[in-house]
Structures are given as structure tokens and as C-alpha cells.
Ligand binder design. Structure first.
Ligand SMILES: [Zn+2]
Length: 375
């Protein structure tokens, strides 16, 4: 064998060995669940929960362990730690054959210390107001600016802290976007809003860093654009900043041999329009679009269209798991919904959330009944 070919083969083998360290996702139609933390469960309580989830055909848990304000693992961040839940749960999950993924809030951060120490890290709207003084919609809607190198380094630090947990199967990125410039249609009445266009108080980020960077690239201040919502370059600039954050975090996750996944808005088109998420450009291994149909005034049938739209646009090797909003289903609709997602090419489904499954035993029964039939 020629030396060059030998070296190429060597590189390929090294890559395969490195790639192999990241836990593979199965080929079966898989069921996942989003779960909020609980510090009160004993070891036996956790064993019981895992047993219950396995009966429902669920093997993967997105466990919420970081919200910016609170953290459930040993961390160097400013966040308050109610308990080191990951240290407790990971050995038990391993024993029970469950895979736990650390679910993190990424760009939304309402930590009082962070707000006090780094007010300049937060997004600013088209009226020049920071989300700190004027958060949109709800008082905790405070978002970091994706253009700041300090924000990127801070987030890399959160990922780095998870290196201490080798049994963690993956890291799940959530709230990785801008605040909603337009709310899902189902939420607008709640805030007495009709949002047909991008209103300035909800349109972020016009902070000095973003304005300067856009000016450097395109020769104009975005604040002076007559119709900023129609300016392709300005929209793309902000989408790309979010993509940059994701594509910076993904290699740091892969280096730990963990799977990188993301919770995203339901379809690529809606995600770009509402929250400037151009998620088909991200290098994660799997997407979890939140296809919460009542939020968009859609019927259950929409799960097929939304899944297909996403599956057609993601890259080869990436997977799409449809996130569904459990309380919105009747038992027969749930059964139909799972079939629609499979038919449309989804790799599986993720249930939002664990508490909703517990609150709806009639839906949990559907899952039990169908658990071993999806191949
Ligand atoms: Zn900014």
C-alpha cells in the first residue's frame, strides 16, 4: 500500500474510532421524554421511575439540569445548585439501561447575578432598550446576545463542567434562539397582541456589538434600516450568530464523547420567522422540533407535514425526533400521531413532558400498549 493511501486509511480509522465514542442512536423508532429535576427522589424512587418509563418504551431522558438561574450538577457558573442530581441519577440510569441527556437553557438567562455583573451581555431591542429593563412578554424573558465572545466562552464553560460526568449520554441545547419577534399564534391572545409584522419592542438585537459587526460586514447600521424585517442580510446576520453559537458548542460536546441534540421550533420556516433559528444549518446529531400543534392552531395531522418538512431539510446522518405536547392529545389521537411521525420519516418521538404522562394515565396506557410494536 502506498504511504499516502495508508495515511488516509489511518486517518479514516482514527476518525471512526473517535466517532465510535459518541453513543450511537438506535435504528428503532425511539421514544424520549423531557423531564424536570427532582431532588427528593430516593434511589429506589428513581428505579421505579425508570421501570415505569421503560414500560412506556422510553429509554432516553432529557433531564433539565441548567436554567441559567439554577443548576443540578457541580458547576463553575453563578447559578444556585439545589442538588447534584446528575451524580445521583447517572449510576442508577446506567444500572437500568436508561440514557440521560443534560437539558440546558442556552440563550435565555435570568440569573440575578449575571444580570448585575454582565448587563452588556444581553440583547437590546429596536427601541434601544435592553431586555434587562424591558423584557418582552414576561418579566423573566431575558436573553444573552449571541454576538458576544464572552457569552460564547461562558457557554463553553457550562459544557466543560459536564465533562465530569462521563455517563451522561448527551447534551441537549434548548432556548437556543432570539426571543420571539412574533409569538406562536396560539399565544398572541394571551398577551393581547396581533402580530402580523415585526414590532420594534420585540425585535432584538440592536446592541453595540451587533450593530458594529453588521456595519463592518454590510456598510450600514441596522438601526437605520427602513424595513428591517424585509432586509435579508440583517435577518441572516442574526440567524448566523445563533448558528455560530451552536456550531461552537457542538465540537466541545463531541470531544466529551456525548451526543449533541437541540430543541427547536416546529419547522425550519416557522423557526426562522418567529425566533431567527435557521436550525437546518446546525451540526447537532439530532433535532427535537417542538411540534406543539395547539400552539399553532394546527390539527394532529400537521405532525406529518411538520416532520416531513424537517426531515427533508436536515443533513444526511442527522436525525429528527418530533417533540409532542402530551396534554393536547386524546388516546386515539396519540396513537395516530405516532404513526404519522413514523410515516413522515421521523426517527422517533419526544414527549413533553414526564409530568404530563403521569397526569394522563390514559395516554401512558396507549404508550404501554404500543411500546414493543414500533421497529
Ligand atoms: Zn447583540
Amino acid at each position: 500500500m502506498k504511504r499516502r493511501k495508508f495515511l488516509q486509511l489511518g486517518a479514516a480509522i482514527t476518525f471512526m474510532l473517535l466517532a465510535k465514542e459518541i453513543p450511537a442512536i438506535g435504528t428503532k423508532f425511539e421514544r424520549w421524554v423531557w423531564m424536570h429535576p427532582n431532588c427528593d427522589y430516593s434511589d429506589n424512587d428513581w428505579r421505579m421511575q425508570f421501570k415505569y418509563l421503560k414500560e412506556l418504551g422510553i429509554r432516553h431522558i432529557h433531564l433539565e439540569v441548567y436554567t441559567g438561574t439554577r443548576v443540578w450538577f457541580r458547576s463553575s457558573t453563578l447559578a444556585e445548585m439545589p442538588c447534584d442530581l446528575l451524580s445521583k441519577i447517572l449510576p442508577l440510569a446506567r444500572e437500568q439501561g436508561m440514557r440521560v441527556h443534560a437539558w440546558l437553557w442556552v440563550m435565555m438567562n435570568n440569573n440575578p447575578e449575571m444580570l448585575r455583573q454582565h448587563p452588556d451581555w444581553y440583547v437590546v431591542n429596536r427601541l434601544g432598550k435592553s431586555c434587562i429593563e424591558d423584557p418582552p412578554y414576561v418579566k423573566y424573558y431575558r436573553w444573552l446576545c449571541p454576538s458576544k465572545p464572552q457569552v460564547r466562552d461562558y457557554l463553553l464553560g457550562v459544557i466543560k463542567d459536564l465533562e465530569a460526568y462521563p455517563d451522561l449520554a448527551g447534551i441537549h441545547l434548548d432556548y437556543i434562539r432570539f426571543p420571539d419577534v412574533i409569538l406562536p399564534v396560539g399565544f398572541q391572545p394571551k398577551y393581547n397582541l396581533v402580530q402580523k409584522t415585526e414590532m420594534p419592542q420585540f425585535d432584538f438585537c440592536y446592541c453595540p456589538t451587533c450593530r458594529d459587526a453588521f456595519k463592518q460586514e454590510h456598510g450600514m447600521d441596522p438601526l437605520h434600516l427602513k424595513e428591517p424585517d424585509k432586509n435579508f442580510a440583517w435577518r441572516k446576520f442574526r440567524e448566523d450568530r445563533i448558528t455560530d453559537i451552536v456550531n461552537t458548542l457542538v465540537p466541545a460536546i463531541a470531544k466529551q464523547g456525548k451526543l449533541a441534540t437541540a430543541a427547536v421550533f416546529p419547522t425550519p420556516e416557522i423557526a426562522r420567522k418567529l425566533v431567527r433559528q435557521n436550525w437546518t444549518q446546525w451540526r447537532v446529531q439530532a433535532y427535537f422540533p417542538m411540534m406543539y400543534h395547539p400552539f399553532y392552531h394546527k390539527p394532529v395531522q400537521w405532525l406529518f407535514d411538520a416532520t416531513q418538512e424537517g426531515v427533508r431539510q436536515i443533513k444526511s446522518g442527522q436525525k429528527l425526533y418530533a417533540g409532542i405536547y402530551v396534554p393536547a392529545f386524546k388516546p386515539d389521537e396519540l396513537k395516530a400521531g405516532l404513526q404519522l411521525i413514523r410515516k413522515a420519516g421521523g426517527a422517533g418521538v419526544a414527549f413533553f413532558d414526564y409530568n404530563a404522562l403521569q397526569a394522563h394515565p390514559e395516554l401512558a396506557d396507549v404508550l404501554k400498549e404500543t411500546a414493543n410494536r414500533e421497529k
